[in-house]
Design a protein around this ligand. Structure first.
Ligand code: FDA
Length: 528
């Protein structure tokens, strides 16, 4: 006992002094005492409200400023672990002292689920788990959850120009949330999702066990590859298979507005984009822009593409398959794959070190929704859609329509939990953003109307949605108490289709007491 007191006291003092806590009894402080007794590592820091760094640590990776207002519920503490044992300790202490645990990697959750909760909670922020180890010989990498996609892309490109990784466009997304929810990007038609390329993982479960693929078993390994983060445990690192890319790729952009036949060209695009060769990914971004008539606005459809080859091959291919686009040489640029990531992120392609800058993107308030489109929209239907961007509240609205087909068609719906595969023409990601809080209602209302409008065109029997752009309007778990399978199915089936049942079975097996829970975590079945 003497030894224990002697050994933990300095760490207790470090944590309590950093957190600004004092030693008088308080239920919440039992949590801090618990941590201080278990974390023998002064580098892992626990921040509470009293600590001057608390706001900056909390806000550091909040991408959606809608959830960083004074009224947003704040975590009792933020723990930034450096060792696996500190993650185990945080789970142990949260569980024993009645705190919900929210796991944050890159903080891009569009509903703020990684750092907001309606019940007392703490945030486990994996910002210090950001190693990227690339093994070009075996074409694999181990990447920790707190790294960003940009850091991964940069780490690969620093070693080779002929390997890449098929993940999302934005370079500040965290690996932890992105891989655990799927991960679609510009290499998606060629190779599928980021989650399709996970070959091992290291995670800590609700009992503090450290698991790898072998020890967690294939059911759990299946579930964490797209079944959602913060449901099954804390994934600390992922082993991923890299994919071949040519040293030179071609990107292009052709902008067409309402007065330039945008609707006709789009109509053709949706009929052929999913059938183009797998080496060609195309996407259409719809947004409001200035018209050529001074003081007027119009709506633009920006047709963008990535071709895994050179301009000389691309031009005849498009001229044959999609002449309506009118692609010209001057619309195209050759570059490396890693530069193409920056191009699609609307950033300068040099220097590529910008991929390491976690605050390179503006942070605004936003609301997102998604659809999967299986039947072509009529020309009039698409025109009506574009016209909605002329309404109020749309100054910072964008829709990204991303062609599917190719490899996405070939992977079975139940291969991993992400089920939106064969037969999808394109994924539609609707985002509305605003700067002033007073515009929130207007913008969110518009988003609701846009989503209603698209109900005629979206997948019919079940309106599918992409879990990585969470939408709490689809339904949420009960804040306190049990959520039934039926209740959770309302949103669960939209995200996961028939895979939802298996996810519930895995959840029941690995976390029957539902320690890892949030608004849209998979609920366990009640024990008989
Ligand atoms: P964050 O840290 O907020 O976590 C998201 C969710 O995962 C939370 O529920 C969290 O608790 C959980 N989680 C995080 N780390 C975990 C871990 N280590 N273990 C267990 N659970 C964990 N998507 C896409 O497919 N393609 C794209 O191109 C883009 N682009 C894009 C741009 C922008 C600006 C935004 C805001 C979002 C996207 N996305 C996207 C969506 C993105 O993939 C999604 O929001 C990811 O969940 C973000 O992961 P983070 O780690 O950054 O989020």
């Amino acid at each position: 006992m003497k030894f224990l007191q002697f050994s933990v006291l300095p760490f207790l003092m470090v944590i309590l002094s950093v957190s600004g806590a004092n030693l008088t009894h308080h239920p919440h402080r039992d949590f801090l005492r618990c941590l201080s007794l278990r974390i023998e590592n002064s580098c892992t820091i626990t921040y509470t409200h009293n600590n001057p760094s608390y706001p900056s640590v909390l806000n550091a990776s909040i991408q959606n400023t809608r959830f960083s207002t004074p009224t947003t519920p704040k975590p009792y503490a933020i723990i930034t672990p450096r060792k696996t044992s500190d993650v185990q300790s945080t789970i142990f202490c949260s569980k024993n002292h009645g705190f919900q645990l929210r796991i944050r990697s890159g903080g891009h959750d569009v509903e703020g689920v990684s750092y907001v909760s309606q019940v007392p909670f703490v945030v486990l922020d994996l910002v210090n788990f950001r190693d990227v180890k690339v093994d070009t010989k075996n074409e694999v990498a181990w990447v920790q959850s707190g790294a960003t996609t940009g850091e991964l892309y940069y780490g690969i490109a620093a070693k080779t120009q002929t390997l890449g990784f098929p993940a999302g466009i934005c370079h500040t997304i965290g690996i932890g949330g992105h891989l655990s929810g799927g991960g679609f990007g510009i290499l998606g038609r060629k190779y599928g999702l980021a989650a399709d390329h996970i070959i091992d993982a290291k995670m800590v479960d609700a009992n503090g066990r450290v698991l790898h693929r072998k020890s967690m078993g294939e059911d759990l390994f299946w579930a964490i590859r797209g079944g959602g983060g913060n449901t099954f445990g804390v994934v600390l690192a992922w082993k991923i298979k890299l994919v071949p890319v040519p040293p030179v790729v071609t990107v292009f952009t052709v902008n067409k507005n309402l007065e330039q036949n945008a609707t006709k060209i789009f109509h053709r695009w949706q009929q052929i984009a999913h059938k183009l060769p797998n080496d060609l990914f195309t996407t259409v971004w719809v947004m409001k822009v200035n018209s050529s008539q001074v003081g007027k606005k119009t709506v633009e459809a920006s047709f963008k593409g990535l071709f895994l080859g050179r301009i000389d091959e691309l031009i005849p291919l498009i001229q044959y398959a999609f002449p309506e686009l009118g692609l010209a040489r001057e619309n195209c640029t050759q570059m490396s794959w890693v530069q193409s990531v920056l191009y699609f992120g609307a950033l300068p392609i040099e220097p590529v070190e910008i991929l390491l800058n976690r605050s390179a993107l503006p942070r605004l308030s936003l609301k997102a929704k998604t659809d999967y489109i299986r039947e072509p929209m009529s020309e009039a239907g698409f025109e009506g859609f574009m016209n909605m961007f002329l309404e109020e509240g749309t100054d910072l609205a964008i829709t990204m329509m991303e062609a599917f087909g190719g490899k996405m068609d070939e992977i079975r719906e139940n291969e991993i939990p992400f089920p939106h595969r064969s037969g999808i023409l394109f994924e539609s990601v609707y985002i509305v953003q605003w700067i002033n809080e007073e515009d929130a209602g207007l913008c969110i209302n518009w988003m609701g109307r846009l989503y209603n409008y698209m109900s005629s065109y979206a997948s019919k029997s079940l309106r599918e949605a992409y879990y990585n752009y969470k939408d709490l309007d689809l339904g949420i778990n009960n804040v306190n108490g049990y959520t039934s399978y039926e209740q959770a199915s309302v949103w669960g089936l939209k995200y996961f289709k028939n895979n939802f049942k298996r996810l519930v079975r895995v959840k029941t097996m690995i976390d029957p007491t539902n320690f890892f829970s949030n608004e849209q975590s998979i609920p366990p079945l009640l024990s008989p």
